[in-house]
Write a protein of this length. Structure first.
Length: 304
């Protein structure tokens, strides 16, 4: 699917005209792929890399254009079950247009960063900056989810909460890899700023992007280390909760077994004490109740 955008008063405005500046291809079909490869000269492998979530960020210079592959978080859905995924985005810079290729449809130019846009270079840098802020937003979400799951682990003995925590830890590994990959790309962009047409303002903004990405990487590393270091402790909590439940069930079982034993003993079809007494039934019932109370008393003393 093709979407076209133009710059109007410092903002990107969607339009359907052929004279647009920005062309966004969302999961291009075969006809669109052939146009990008045959007519615009985009390498097929690079085009596929734009939609490959496992592709690393990189910068390539071609005779007629420049190819930029960078990573950004994939929009989280409830069906993802605590797994935060990463997607790739391809930017192909031509002299008169900017081609953007993404695998999934979603808001691309939303948010505060996309104001005061004048050139293609502005769009490239703001896309990178928006990707970093998107990572930061997701990291905050992961931290909130981890806190909620931790509360459930403290009171539950089910494995599903631990599995959810492992999934969040796996997500952080993916995020760290993507953020590091973007960091290497940003350094390459700065080293090749002249070839990309970056001016002094662009370089200043690029320095800010480097700082933001470094802080984002540090935040992801802290969250990853905290989750990793506490996983064993949380697993021990689940095991301890299970032991407490088993202990309680064992005491309940003993409390039931003792009066059952007393009643069974006096119910044998042989000559036993109290068989000639008129009130034997009540005496046996009293002994069974006393045995149960004795177990309750022992349990209470142990808990103290």
């Amino acid at each position: 699917m093709l979407k076209k955008w133009r710059i109007d008063n410092g903002r990107l405005i969607a339009n359907g005209e052929d004279a647009s500046l920005v062309y966004v291809y969302v999961a291009p079909d075969e006809a669109e792929r052939r146009y990008l490869i045959d007519q615009l000269g985009i390498d097929e492998h690079t085009l596929n890399s734009s939609m490959d979530p496992f592709e690393l960020s990189r910068l390539e210079f071609e005779p007629e254009h420049t190819a930029i592959i960078f990573k950004q978080p994939k929009h989280y859905l409830a069906t993802d079950n605590f797994l935060f995924k990463v997607s790739s985005t391809g930017i192909f810079v031509f002299k008169d247009r900017l081609i953007i290729v993404v695998a999934d449809e979603g808001p691309l130019f939303d948010g505060k960063p996309f104001v005061r846009i004048q050139t293609i270079q502005d769009i490239i840098l703001k896309l990178l900056y928006r990707s970093i802020t998107h990572f930061v937003e997701h990291l905050k979400g992961i931290d909130m989810l981890a806190s909620e799951i931790e509360k459930e682990i403290n009171i539950s003995m089910e494995n599903k909460h631990l599995l959810n925590m492992f999934t969040l830890e796996k997500s952080l590994v993916y995020y760290l890899n993507a953020i590091n990959s973007n960091g290497a790309l940003i350094e390459k962009l700065k080293n090749n700023s002249a070839r990309l047409g970056f001016g002094p303002d662009h370089l200043e903004f690029l320095d800010d992007i480097i700082i933001e990405n470094t802080q984002c990487r540090g935040q992801a590393e802290i969250y990853s280390q905290v989750l990793s270091s506490l996983m064993d402790a949380r697993a021990s909590i689940v095991g301890n909760n299970l032991n407490i439940r088993i202990k309680a069930l064992t005491l309940i079982t003993l409390a039931i077994m003792l009066p059952t034993f007393v009643v069974s003993l006096f119910s044998m079809n042989v000559r036993i004490p109290l068989s000639t007494l008129h009130n034997a039934f009540w005496i046996i019932s009293l002994l069974a109740a006393l045995s149960a109370l004795m177990m309750v008393f022992i349990w209470w003393r142990k808990r103290l």
